[in-house]
Design a protein around this ligand. Structure first.
Ligand code: FE2
Length: 180
């Protein structure tokens, strides 16, 4: 079964709408507007993309090439990428933490971003299922671990409905993504 995964609230923006909004903030906005926009940007880039979406993918390359006992140079390259990405993530989540401490209402920006891209985290895509020896449950569990860590680093409360959906094995595909 491939149930459709959508944002949990009907008012949540689409990814395109969110990007348009993020880029619409002018540098002469109020300090609060700029801080809120920065939290939205950093939540999208450092916390979501770098911190939750790609880290398990990098880890799974290391894990899989290790289990195959193949591609040692590729594995070493991804180890270096992991180290580098860790620095970006630490910067972004710490910046969000400082701003959210200053104004706790900024936390909603983080949840809004993660909600807008919920399907990308929850679903698996066809190529992932085609990797010999890839432990899909482990992959999803790694996503959850990273999500919890990013929330802890930002000092915010994780969305448990997102975690439940990531760990639901009956949800396979992201909205609009077809195998190919
Ligand atoms: Fe990065």
């Amino acid at each position: 079964m491939n149930p459709v995964v959508q944002s949990s609230t009907s008012s949540a923006p689409t990814g395109l709408e969110l990007c348009t909004e993020l880029y619409s903030h002018e540098p002469d906005g109020t300090e609060a507007e700029l801080e809120r926009a920065f939290v939205a940007f950093s939540a999208a880039y450092n916390a979501f993309v770098e911190g939750v979406l790609t880290m398990p993918s990098y880890e799974i390359v290391i894990y899989t090439t290790d289990s195959w006992d193949a591609f040692p140079t590729l594995r070493q390259g991804f180890r270096l990428i992991l180290m580098d990405e860790g620095r970006h993530i630490t910067f972004g989540t710490h910046a969000c933490k400082l701003l959210i401490e200053k104004d706790p209402s900024y936390e909603e920006e983080v949840h809004r971003v993660f909600d807008a891209y919920r399907g990308n985290l929850v679903g698996l895509v066809e190529y992932q299922k085609a990797v010999p020896g890839l432990d899909l449950d482990k992959y999803q569990t790694m996503k959850v671990r990273h999500y919890r860590n990013r929330c802890r680093e930002m000092g915010i409360t994780p969305d448990e409905t997102l975690i439940e959906q990531i760990l639901d094995p009956s949800i396979d595909f992201v909205v609009g993504v077809e195998a190919g």
